[in-house]
Every structure is written in C-alpha cells, then in structure tokens.
Design a protein around this ligand. Sequence first.
Ligand code: ATP
Length: 433
Amino acid sequence: DAPASGKVCTRFDLEKETELRFEVEAGETAEAAEQVELELLTGMAEVFGSELNRNKKYVFGPGSKIAVFTWQGCSVNLFGKPEVAYVSKDTPMLLYLNTHAALEQMRKQAERDNERGPRVMVVGPTDVGKSTVCRLLLSYAVRVGRRPTLVELDVGQSGVSVPGTVSALCIERPADVEEGFSVQAPLVYHFGSTTPGTNIKLYNKLTSRLAEVFSQRCEVNRKASVGGCIINTCGWVKGSGYQALVHCASAFEVDVVLVLDHERLYNELKRDLPHFVRVVLLPKSGGVVERSKDCRRDARDEKIREYFYGFRGVSFYPFSFEVRFSDVRIYKIGAPSIPDSCLPLGMSQDDTQLKLVPVTPGRDLTYHVLSVSSAEDGEDGSRKSLVESPVCGFIVVTNVDTQTQVMKVLSPAPRPLPRHTLLIMDIRFMDMK
Ligand code: ATP
C-alpha cells in the first residue's frame, strides 16, 4: 500500500489497553533523515496523554520514540520506515491512570475544603520515563479542566527551556502530540550546567526559589493552587542527588512522591520524608528507551538550536551582532571550591558556591551559552538579586576579538540586549547553520 507521499504504509489494529511503540531513526542531518507519519483510522488513541484526531497525519522526526496507547481499541497507519514498531499489551498505563484519578480526588477535596491541590514530585534514575509520566499526568489534569504547573528541575534534559536551567510553566492545554507543551511565558532560572553536581548549593537554592514563587502564585490564583504541581527531577538519585530530592520535597512541601522503578530509592524516601507524604512506587514502561550519552548531548544541542531557529513549521531568524565588553558584565556563579582550612575567616563553602565571579571576556568564551539576567542593570552588587532573578533570554558567543574588545553574539532579538548582566554556562553551542 503506497500513499501519495510514496512512503511505505503499515496498518496496526490495536486491541483495547495496548500500545503501538515505534522509534524513528536518528539521522545525521535533519534533512537526510526519515520522518514517520501516524494516522488514526478508527477508534480512539492517545500519545502520552494527548488524544489523536482521526484522519490527521502526525509527523515524527528523527530520534522520536513514541507510544500510541488506546483504551478502547483502534487502528492506525504508520507511513515511512520506523526503526522499530511493535505492539505491546504490557503497559503500566492503568496504574498511571489510577494515579491521575487519585490526584484528581485530592484536587476535588482541595476545592471543597479550600485547601491547596496536590504537589507531586516524580523521581527515579535516568531513562525510566519520568518526563513522560509528568507529561501524561499534566495532560490528563488539563483535560479535566485543571491548571497544573510543571516544575522542571532536570537541568540535563529540560522540557521547558534550554539545558542548564530550572523552570516552571503553567499548563493550560494538553501537550501537542508532535511538539509537547506549548511553552509560553515560562519562569526560568539560570543554573549553568547539565548536572546538579557541579553546584549543588545553587541547585538547591533555585529549587527553593521556584517553590517560593509557586507558593506566591498559589496564594493569588485559586486555580493554580487547586491544580497543584508536577515536579520533574534529575536522574541522579545517590549522595547529594538524593539529598537534593529530599530538599525539593521539603521546599515544595510535596504531598505525593512517585518513584519510578527504583525500590531502594522508594524505601529511602519513605524513611526520610515526613509520614504524611505519600510515597508511591510505580513500574516503568517497557517502552521507555535508554538513551546513550551521545543521544543526550544531541538532544541538548537540539534544544538550543530550537531556541534560536524554531521548531518544525515555525522558523525563527536569530540576529547576530557585536557587543562591546564595556557594555556588559559577565559572571559565573560559584568559585572553585577550596579546602575549608583555606577559606577566609567567617566564610563557608556555601558562600563560594553562590559567589558571583566576574568573567573577563577572552577567546575561551567562544561558543558559550550566556543567560541574560532580568535583574535590573546596576544591581550587580547584590548576590541574592542576581542568583535568584529569572532570566529573560539566552545568547551564544560566536566570536571574541580581544583586540577591539568586542564579542559577536547570536541572539533571538535584535540589538540592543535588553539587560547587560550576563551569566555564563558551562554549556557550549556551535552554530552549524
Ligand atoms: P531522563 O533521565 O533523561 O530524565 P526520563 O526518565 O525522563 O529520562 P523520558 O524522557 O520520559 O525518560 O523517556 C525516555 C524516552 O522514551 C523518550 O524519548 C520517550 O518518548 C520514550 N518513551 C517513554 N515511554 C514510552 C513508551 N511507552 N513507548 C515508547 N517510547 C516511550
């Protein structure tokens, strides 16, 4: 069966409560790689909590790993050549749906008793489907009219902003089947690297800050309060990573912790969190695909590229212009740690990890991603205001000329920069476009 596009077409008839899983090969370049199209023919189906429309072709690009789940049974067509495609009867979707139902009960009760809705933290090692479970629960919640908040603490693979950030996003409609949640006006903070371990003090500080801002919003917005939040976390669950989870639970005063596929973590959290926190162990889906280091790095790169150049149908045209060194102040958050015995009297490691270290622009700044802080210019003396200020955007340094004291930057908006305080990330982006 060959459709007009000339692509091979395969039909799948799914029984109720089964899912079709498929992967699209990750191509070298976006242009050369295959895409796979999906069409629902009969019945009803959803992709990670978002319902499919019948007779509409959904396009999935290279590297996509998708599950089409049906509660009632359905038939679908796949056009193109997926790397793998198979139907599984063994999915934890019923457990995930029950979890949603329990959270919805808590929201109803919150509404009745004038309380706040559930604050949920999703934890587990890497590649257990944490982000997918968050997406599912958020989409189910908006589908029943709630306005939950997604709190993204995964600094390696952020679903909301570029890597190296933590953020919060109010969810107002289910995730788009192809593109995920519409990211409008997220609240984003600069962390600066892809693992919390590079500066755990800063990571915890930003977690607390997000919790504070979320709670303030809940005080003035009843729907946000009842909707509660779903917190996506990093896959680092040992040592300081574990401590960061405990810290997050306390900062957000979470009511529920969903532990994906990690019994020890489940037992530890049960032991260490207050007894009123419901800690629930959930299985991971057999469909979740393990991603290699390279795959993660590519995904991060892609996220930055999307920020500047747009995604799918929507193209952005970034600007390139020169910025004089004298017009900006660049800081790195956190000085290298030094032994306690060498610290000046009265100073602690905390201070060094949150310290603003001025960066003198040099060649080595090239390709670094810089966050443009929303802090008012001239506030640089105050550590608190800068570290805890949201960012208003990102630029990438594409060239540095130390002779003329000028650097060239890639920016989503034309010159001038909206603010002049920049925070440097460890993360680099080479613009191959
Ligand atoms: P990380 O450790 O990077 O935070 P994670 O635990 O959040 O990973 P996800 O990003 O949710 O994991 O899932 C990993 C990949 O598996 C994603 O590409 C997702 O689309 C895919 N995936 C999740 N569930 C399924 C499923 N049931 N069938 C097929 N693919 C799936």
